[in-house]
Design a protein around this ligand. Structure first.
Ligand code: GUN
Length: 296
């Protein structure tokens, strides 16, 4: 079998179009423009690229984009004051503090100071608790993007065996909660799991989010399974730097029913879902109906 490729780039473009259309209606009919504030502390090159892309795509979707670039030695007091000012600003519906933060800053404290209703990353402890108890929340962007692709591919996920490899707060745990919410039978596997290959072979849906290049190989995939690769790893091969996932694509694609490539799979969905979350936060803040198909 050669797996169907799930085209995350094309899917993300459709999500962005949906968001832009809804934003245009909000502006015309309600005179409201959703706004996203992104806070970057320091000069981490990867973070600078992310933040630039977020700003461009926010703008292209018709939203207001507020960028706050602060020096690496910004004090916790000053950063907390900025977050509180953004919480109080009615033009800002979503706040994202780019991670990682410099070591002298307490990331948990800063994230938990964001108004949960504006926490478009879904990292605030209130949103984590709401998701865990099946209540309406802001959902982390990468797992939300994975869920959208899975729903689009399968329709209902009810009763499927889902294995999530990786237990991070940003991807693994919320991904498992979302799959449970869609009535999958969910296993979270990790570096200490015994016979990981056998556990993975039980999966109708296999989500790889471990951060180890090409760790999931074809012999770990059930024939016909859907494989979602969240990994983005830079490796050197044949003297060149290449971007690869947590899944060994060639061997997995020979066995799977469907698979997301790297690049062009999950990656583009993350910013698309950030825009979707900002729109959702704006609609909720104004007591308006939420966009359909763009939430969990
Ligand atoms: N750094 C890398 N990805 C992300 C993300 O999705 N959110 C935040 N806040 N920081 C990140």
């Amino acid at each position: 079998m050669t797996a169907q490729v799930i085209d995350g780039k094309a899917f993300a473009a459709r999500v962005r179009e949906q968001v832009a259309a809804h934003v245009a209606r909000l502006r015309e009919e309600n005179g409201i423009q959703p706004g996203l504030a992104v806070v970057l502390v320091g000069e981490d090159p990867a973070s600078q690229v992310y933040v630039r892309n977020k700003g461009t795509q926010t703008h292209d979707a018709g939203m207001a984009s507020f960028e706050h670039k602060l020096p690496a030695d910004t004090s916790e007091t000053d950063l907390l004051a900025l977050v509180r000012a953004l919480n109080a600003d009615p033009a800002v519906h979503g706040i994202l503090v780019q991670l990682p933060l410099p070591k002298h800053l307490n990331a948990e404290l800063i994230i938990n100071t964001i108004d949960p209703a504006k926490d478009v990353d879904g990292f605030h402890i209130s949103n984590v608790g709401l998701l865990g108890t099946g209540q309406k929340s802001m959902v982390p962007c990468t797992p939300l993007g994975c869920l959208m692709m899975l729903r689009d591919h399968h329709g209902s996920l009810a009763g499927m065996n889902a294995v999530v490899v990786g237990r991070s707060n940003i991807v693994g745990k919320p991904m498992a909660q979302l799959l449970l919410g869609d009535s999958c039978t969910v296993t979270i596997a990790h570096s200490r799991t015994r016979d990981l290959a056998a556990v993975c072979r039980g999966a109708d849906i296999l989500v790889a989010a471990v951060g180890r290049a090409e760790m999931i190989t074809g012999d770990m995939v059930k024939p016909g399974a859907t494989v979602i690769d969240v990994g983005i790893n830079r490796i050197e091969r044949d003297g060149k730097i290449r971007l690869v996932g947590d899944v060994d694509y060639a061997s997995a694609a020979a066995v799977a029913g469907a698979i997301t490539p790297v690049p062009g799979g999950v990656g583009p969905m993350t910013i698309a879902c950030l825009l979707a979350n900002t729109l959702t936060a704006c609609c909720r803040a104004n007591g308006l109906p939420e966009p359909e198909g763009l939430t969990a």
